[in-house]
Write a protein that binds this ligand. Structure first.
Ligand SMILES: Cc1cc2nc3c(=O)[nH]c(=O)nc-3n(C[C@H](O)[C@H](O)[C@H](O)COP(=O)(O)OP(=O)(O)OC[C@H]3O[C@@H](n4cnc5c(N)ncnc54)[C@H](O)[C@@H]3O)c2cc1C
Length: 335
């Protein structure tokens, strides 16, 4: 290749998507062979989420990055609050992605900024765009961790908006959720290190959330500081049944690894990363390992419940709120 900015070395594993899922998997695969990691964006440059990660899974990463230790969750509906204990680390998602990306580079993965266009499984060839140029590249094993992309027929998915704002949460170190009245979903307010908060809104029923709801939540919570960055996106709510075919694997949001009851994805990605790495390296049947795994079963069960709730139209949000409050109450009583 003539352009010295293009770095497409031969690799054993080609990972598309250098966000959380792709970088984490790349860091594990790099122990077993050469990894090429590509992304159309600079890693760590996009705000995708609330940054709440269960402490148990966060600790497994062994990352030394600033975070807030949250021990309590507050669930509010029309001012009635239920509180229960649950341990989370709250991170700035962009710092988090950048740290996991660095972990992949430290393990030996090579990064190239490029856009994946398509692949031809029969020939193990993928087509990528780098700047103005489109090239074909022969992969051995291809991992698509490029997030969630809505297909024309998709009706059941989540949509979220998030901001990082200067200021503090009036709920201290607790994770605060306010259930929506018109949609299945909630607003959230999380504390972040460095005098900032993460505030957002998410609907979990394939319907758009109301911008007005977000504005009034922000006002209600007294969050008036400078907006440092904005982001958000679509959330997959249905786990993929087939996560490997030929030498192509899906991971992260591309495999629908999100718990549809609350839109949490990072925890599942961390939990599944070792199984994915093991099956990809050793050529084991990942589809069987996935659909018999507890995480998959838990995700499917939650999908069925939330989908059924969402299909009841305007009563859906009431059902969802009732179930969320009941679950929160049970957890508060169990301590
Ligand atoms: C607003 C919001 C709040 C959330 N809050 C939480 C939370 O608090 N806790 C939690 O656990 N989960 C949360 N989630 C879910 C969580 O963000 C996702 O599960 C997680 O980001 C999935 O990571 P990923 O790497 O699979 O995908 P993504 O983060 O979407 O990354 C995909 C990457 O692929 C790249 N890419 C896409 N297409 C191409 C292409 N054609 N070529 C090259 N590169 C490409 C993109 O640039 C991107 O870097 C939230 C989601 C949203 C939207």
């Amino acid at each position: 290749m003539s352009d010295k900015n293009i770095n497409f070395p031969e690799s054993d594993f080609t990972v598309v998507g250098a966000s959380f899922a792709g970088s984490l998997l790349a860091s594990k695969l790099a122990r077993h062979g050469k990894v090429l990691l590509i992304d159309k964006r600079e890693p760590g440059s996009r705000l995708k989420c609330g940054g709440g990660v269960r402490t148990r899974e966060f600790n497994r990463l062994g990352l030394d990055i600033p975070h807030v230790k949250a021990e309590k969750i507050l669930m509010s509906e029309k001012g009635r609050i239920i509180s229960f204990n649950s341990k989370y680390a709250v991170v700035d998602r962009m710092e988090f992605d950048a740290a996991v990306f660095q972990k992949a580079l430290d393990a030996g993965a090579v990064f190239q900024k490029a856009e994946y266009l398509s692949h031809e499984a029969a020939k193990n060839i993928m087509s990528v765009r780098i700047g103005e140029e489109t090239i074909e590249y022969k992969y051995r094993k291809l991992i698509l961790a490029k997030g969630f992309h809505l297909d024309p027929g998709d009706r059941f998915y989540g949509a979220s908006y998030v901001e990082i704002v200067e200021g503090s949460s009036r709920h201290g170190d607790a994770l605060y959720f306010d259930l929506l009245q018109k949609n299945v979903g909630y607003c959230w307010l999380f504390p972040l290190p460095g005098g900032r908060v993460n505030i957002g809104i998410g609907s979990l029923s394939g319907e758009p959330f109301s911008r007005e709801d977000f504005r009034s939540f922000k006002e209600e919570q007294g969050i008036t500081g400078k907006v440092i960055c904005k982001g958000g996106g679509m959330i997959p709510l249905v786990p993929a049944m087939t996560v490997m075919k030929d030498s192509v694997y899906l991971f992260g949001d591309s495999a629908g690894m999100v718990f549809s009851a609350n839109g949490e994805g990072i925890r599942n990605i961390i939990k599944m990363s070792d199984i994915w790495a093991d099956c990809i390296v050793k050529g084991k049947n990942l589809n069987i390992r996935w659909i018999t795994n507890r995480t998959f079963i838990r995700l499917c069960a939650s999908t069925m419940v939330v989908k059924a709730i969402a299909s009841t139209g305007r009563f859906g949000s009431r059902f969802y709120n009732f179930l969320s409050r009941t679950a929160a109450l049970a957890r508060s009583l169990l301590k």
